[in-house]
Design a protein around this ligand. Sequence first.
Ligand SMILES: NC(=O)c1ccc[n+]([C@@H]2O[C@H](COP(=O)([O-])OP(=O)(O)OC[C@H]3O[C@@H](n4cnc5c(N)ncnc54)[C@H](O)[C@@H]3O)[C@@H](O)[C@H]2O)c1
Length: 383
Amino acid sequence: MTELNVAIIGHQFMGKAHSNAWRQAQTFFDLPAKPVLKVACGRREEPLKAFAENWGWEETETDWRKVVERDDVDIVDVAVPQNLHHDVAVAAAKAGKHVFLEKPMSLSLAEAEEMLSVAEAAGVVHYLNHNYRRTPAVRLARQLIDEGEIGRIFHWRGAYLQDWISDPSFPLTWHLQADKAGSGPHGDLNSHSIDLARYLVGEIDSVCAMTRTFIEERPLPSEGAATFKGGTSGTETGKVTVEDAAFMLASFANGALGSFEASRFATGRKNYNTFEIYGSNGALLFNLERMNELEFLSKKDGDGRQGFRTILATEASHDYIANWWPPGHIIGYEHEFVHAVVDFVDAVANKTAIAPNFADGVAEMRIIAAGLESAATGQRVTV
Ligand SMILES: NC(=O)c1ccc[n+]([C@@H]2O[C@H](COP(=O)([O-])OP(=O)(O)OC[C@H]3O[C@@H](n4cnc5c(N)ncnc54)[C@H](O)[C@@H]3O)[C@@H](O)[C@H]2O)c1
């Protein structure tokens, strides 16, 4: 069987999620090629070596430029903060490597546009990891919409709410610095909701947004502290340069009206990634924290008999499920990443495209940029 050598850049949160996916995809699915965990890259040798040993990466390297230039690397998996996405993805594509990139795509729309044109010119497979598209319950939502079960869509209501930085003593990690993250929850969380809205409802043509930063100054993080554990270095502080919450209204080209809420200050909410879709024939509700379920109301049920039914999307007929467990034996967060790897390897082996890709990323960055512009100017902005 053909082998595909993978290099991963970044070895913390997404580094783990992706490593698990590269391994599990080949054990649970029949892949057309075998991913080989060739080389892992990070800045600090010690934790990198421990990571590589734990997850089965053959080699380590601390300079990402050396990694993307290696002749024996076929795929570059970009699992680092946004300030590196452009440089790594462009260098990798120019070197002829297929690129598996974390979201949000880049720091700016201009960077995203360049990444797309380089990847297209190089003829490599490019993928932007909005893993939630590959949740079986979300795929079922798309199927019901395609079959007309919801009818004409009137409303998208997306909310992606977390609370992990609501404590003012939480340190100034890269997520809170505009030069490393681009933006706050608007880019981080709304990007996922925007991707789902584009996948399920359609293109957005104008937006109107408000953002707010509640805590302006935070302690500096200690060197090497794990992102979500929040170790601090002492008494030194630094300025928060991104928003803490971003709320956006959106008009869709097909006439639907939508709302997007993204916050890291929604006390009690952990990874509350939800959407509601209301149409002329029915409605759909999804909540990631109950990710095996899709709620569906159908007007076909007739007067006086309608109500939301909960579909457990764990039948073999639901996308990806036949390769996992029998019905009712639920799947979790990490499975979405496995599904992404399965489809990515298929695209590489069969020389086809995968979605979402860098073109979707550019469309999404346009919406993100329009939202930030609207928040800054107080005006509605055409996308
Ligand atoms: N798809 C999702 O649901 C999801 C979830 C979380 C994060 N993300 C995205 O994944 C990316 C990484 O986020 P994370 O949460 O894993 O961050 P993290 O802070 O947990 O890890 C970042 C990694 O980048 C490495 N790194 C930083 N600078 C480097 C450099 N110059 N050379 C090599 N390695 C370097 C660090 O060593 C670390 O291993 C971000 O773009 C983020 O938005 C996506």
